[in-house]
Design a protein around this ligand. Sequence first.
Ligand SMILES: Cc1cc2nc3c(=O)[nH]c(=O)nc-3n(C[C@H](O)[C@H](O)[C@H](O)COP(=O)(O)OP(=O)(O)OC[C@H]3O[C@@H](n4cnc5c(N)ncnc54)[C@H](O)[C@@H]3O)c2cc1C
Length: 413
Amino acid sequence: MDITFPTTAEEYRTHVRSLLAQELPPDWKGVGALDPAERESFNATWRAFLVENALIAPGWPSEYGGGGLDLTSQSIVAEEFVRAGVPQYALPTDPVGMTLLGPTLMHWGTESQKEYFVPRTISADIRWAQGYSEPEAGSDLFGLRTRAVLDGDEWIINGSKIWQTAGTHANWIFALVRTEPELPKGKGLSFLLIPYDQPGVEVRGIKTMDGGFELAEVFFTDARTAAENIVGKPGDGAKVALTLLGFERGSGGIAAALAAKLELLRLRDAMREFGIVDVELRRRLAECWTSVHAMHCLALRNLTVTASGRPPGPESSISKLMMSEYRKRVTELAVEVLGPKALTPSGMESKINLGPQPLGVNSTSSTAWIADYLHARPGTVYGGSSEIQRNTIGEQVLGLPREPRPVPPTKAG
Ligand SMILES: Cc1cc2nc3c(=O)[nH]c(=O)nc-3n(C[C@H](O)[C@H](O)[C@H](O)COP(=O)(O)OP(=O)(O)OC[C@H]3O[C@@H](n4cnc5c(N)ncnc54)[C@H](O)[C@@H]3O)c2cc1C
């Protein structure tokens, strides 16, 4: 199946390709081929190029520094970046700002919030962390306990958040907090924007199983933010949070399907290189190939639906579930292809944490495959676990009866 976009869209693709050809060196093999120091310097230059050409947030309105592109053109930009092996997001906090907070502010933010926060997010003067989860409120997000009280023209915040992706690189956090504790748990929540740079905010890195510190926890002790740094009205927090989760779960798209396809071709190359003849491993490779095609078709369907202008709804759980479960399968297959080599990782290091490696990473690098294997594990947890996605699909997309909720304990016990 070879699906092409309308002629005008394909003309835009030609434009993006020529822009990339002008910008990238002639011997360019993909950011994956660069060593860490080269990559850092490339990423800084590349980010400046993206900002200058309004490609860092291609879908946002141009008055806020975005590219003002329609969905098809945005998709083409993302796809061509994957194909060229260059990052759409050059800083660790960029995905949080560009794919989560930015689109949510466009939907819910006041004019002055958009004017203040959006250009600063683009310039990276403001770098965001996502403050949803708490130690006892992950899947049960609306059970969160962090409180905020309005005191004159400021909110005072107390409590803590955990598992903030790129949290140690951020300097602001958007947090879901409880502002009306007397109301049932899904009500009385508000969505606040809080600066790190104050005595009441403490950020601690969390060491993960790969030895890195890509996650953090954030503690608020009488932390403050201006009264106007609330997105939506007090009590709108759950609705704002769900809009953002829709963007998070549906953010995969066509480029993600292409990245998955290129990763699978890298695995095929490794199998060729290692001379794998095992029928079962070949069968599993073919099964992965059909999954990649299914994800591509789903992404095209989602593109058509979201082109109608409505924010992603519960259907975004289908893409999230498919992609995260697929990544576990394909990286498990990679480990079996490596066989004993998986026990003594060697070769080129991985270049990105969450998601397939960019072009340029060697197919036979066991170090990179093992990192991918480890990083695919949390994919079925963050953004809502697979069980939660299945519940959402069952109840909200298919209209099945709600699963029984636990009965709250009575006062008598
Ligand atoms: C790599 C990574 C990055 C993350 N980044 C962020 C971030 O930037 N910001 C942020 O706020 N959070 C982040 N998170 C947190 C993430 O959103 C939560 O881990 C997730 O929502 C699950 O919550 P939990 O860890 O508390 O597990 P729990 O909710 O305690 O779940 C434990 C297990 O019980 C299952 N379960 C729970 N409820 C049900 C149910 N009703 N039906 C069936 N099964 C159920 C779950 O599926 C899971 O298997 C991140 C997590 C990871 C791993």
